[in-house]
Design a binder for this molecule. Structure first.
Ligand code: RTP
Ligand code: MG
Length: 139
């Protein structure tokens, strides 16, 4: 398996609820290396661009509102099989369907406010990481 990268955001619900440290510890324990890390807040334009793929979906307005309401923690992570292994670690989109021990099972509150983002492909991981971090911020 090749070493590759994924991109994550600890979403506003997780940060507001004080779960930043616990989630970063789970990510570390699962063997991901931190390539880039910061606390930031997305503007409406940022969220509309980041989630442009969902702009026709009924939940788009709610998603943009949620993702901009407070700070997030953004990170680029590296590991063998990073994209798929990270999505396994976070669990299903809806925490009610997420496996025991996954980050969403432990920390998400609802389908919309589900604590954490994980890229869905190597290509999107690169696009999303570069959206949040310059080349000089990636090590
Ligand atoms: P993510 O992109 O955040 O890692 O989540 P995902 O792949 O598991 O889910 P995706 O289909 O890409 O949806 C992106 C985010 O939109 C919100 N959502 N709300 N209310 C709803 O029906 C609904 N469906 C999706 C969630 O915050 C989801 O993570
Ligand atoms: Mg997604």
């Amino acid at each position: 398996m090749a070493t590759n990268r994924t991109f994550t955001m600890l979403k506003p619900d997780a940060v507001e609820n004080g779960h930043t440290g616990a989630i970063l510890e789970k990510i570390n324990a699962a063997g991901f290396r931190i390539v880039a890390l910061k606390k930031t807040q997305m503007t409406k334009a940022d969220a509309e661009t980041f989630y442009a793929v969902h702009n026709e979906r009924p939940f788009f307005g709610e998603l943009v509102e949620f993702m901009t309401r407070g700070p997030i923690v953004a990170a680029i992570l590296e590991k063998d099989n990073a994209v798929d292994d990270f999505r396994t670690l976070i669990g299903a989109t809806n925490p009610a369907d997420a496996a025991e021990g996954t980050i969403r099972k432990l920390y998400a509150t609802s389908m919309g406010e589900n604590a954490v983002h994980g890229s869905d492909s190597d290509e999107n991981a690169e696009i999303e990481g570069n959206f949040h971090f310059s080349g000089r911020e990636q090590f």
